[in-house]
Write a protein that binds this ligand. Structure first.
Ligand code: ATP
Ligand code: MG
Length: 332
């Protein structure tokens, strides 16, 4: 069956609503139809300053949240990126094929380095999109389920796969992005013109799945909308309301058109109150399931150990082929 690869950074402890709706929810569905590889991208997590103890704890916490979301270690391969050294090894090769200007055009790098102050940003942050290229190509993934913010990195992956294949002979599968239109970009609840983000959102704008459900309900009720009163899906003119409709629709299965009809003549308050309740209903069992996995770190670690073993088998094969293609002398 076709293969998918995706990852999430074990940075800030909790996943946010954008991570879940934009990515993880699709991962759960795709494990049924695809040969699925999902990684905790800890190599990516150190592109910005991090606390070692926190990173370790957050890596387990991210694994627990993925399992709580419905990833099944019998149906997919769940692993920690640093357990598979081939990622860093192939990244070097891909770095050598990437133009400096090409890497400089990555908007995620530009945004993130601007936020840190250009001279404080690390070289690792600069080349992390190329590491992502290696992440994907190592597994010969056909599709990469991600949010809209990652589209440019998938384009880069396609370009570099083509470049490598063209220069050294067919080696890598050229992957396609798998981005669902409806949930490709979940917006910040305080500034509905920018994406919800672990690193850039303010606490009030960020809906973290592991927050106290009461606090989450409050944030939903105080989401920024507009001065109009009509509940209508219109991202351009009504970004806040549209974002709430997207979240409501994806969590309940009701279509946006159905919701527009249901809330016709009612104010934003009604939509927010209902959505707050829906969110509480969603996060409460999610938090409980996450805690159950955390309470059993041995099981968690053994899932990750098995995942790493399966991942390495595939990654080692691809790396060996790539090394041979570029002309490295085999170590005998
Ligand atoms: P950071 O801001 O530090 O980059 P992040 O919030 O983007 O963190 P990641 O771990 O980088 O989180 O991303 C994990 C996955 O979640 C990626 O596939 C990404 O595209 C997706 N994602 C992140 N934010 C959103 C969002 N607001 N809407 C939809 N998908 C999102
Ligand atoms: Mg991100």
């Amino acid at each position: 069956s076709p293969r998918v690869l995706s990852g999430i950074q074990p940075t800030a402890g909790s996943f946010h609503l954008g991570n879940y709706l934009g990515a993880v929810r699709q991962w759960v569905a795709l494990q049924e139809t695809h040969d699925a590889f999902y990684m905790l991208a800890d190599l990516h997590a150190i592109t910005v300053a991090q606390d070692p103890a926190e990173l370790r704890a957050n890596t387990r916490l991210a694994a627990a949240q993925l399992l709580a979301s419905g990833l099944d270690p019998d149906r997919c391969t769940l692993f920690v990126q640093s357990h598979v050294p081939e990622h860093a090894q192939l990244a070097w090769v891909m770095n050598c094929l990437t133009g400096f200007g090409e890497a400089s055009r990555m908007t995620q790098f530009k945004d993130k380095s601007a936020r840190q102050g250009a001279d404080r940003a690390s070289v690792g942050l600069f080349t992390y999109p190329v590491l992502q290229v290696a992440d994907i190509l190592l597994y010969q993934a056909h599709e990469v389920p991600v949010g809209e913010d990652q589209r440019q990195h998938i384009e880069l992956t396609r370009d570099l796969a083509d470049r490598f294949n063209g220069r050294f002979g067919p080696t890598f599968t050229v992957p396609k992005p798998y981005i669902l239109k409806e949930t490709a970009k979940i917006y910040d609840f305080q500034d509905p013109t920018v994406k919800m983000s672990k690193s850039a959102s303010t606490p009030k704008g960020l809906i973290n799945l592991l927050d106290d459900p009461k606090a989450t309900a409050k944030k939903v009720k105080s989401a920024v909308t507009d001065t109009d009163t009509v509940i209508r899906y219109d991202v351009e003119n009504k970004p806040g309301v549209s974002n709430l409709l997207t979240v409501h629709s994806t969590l309940t299965g009701a279509s946006v058109t159905e919701l527009e009809e249901r809330y016709a003549g009612k104010g934003y308050g009604a939509l927010k109150t209902d959505l707050a309740e829906i969110m509480v209903g969603f996060v409460t069992p999610f938090k409980e399931r996450t805690q159950q996995y955390l309470d059993d770190p041995e099981t968690l670690d053994s899932i990750l150990a098995k995942g790493a073993e399966k991942a390495r088998a595939v990654a080692a094969e691809t790396l060996a082929l790539a090394y041979e293609r570029v002309g490295f002398l085999p170590a005998k």
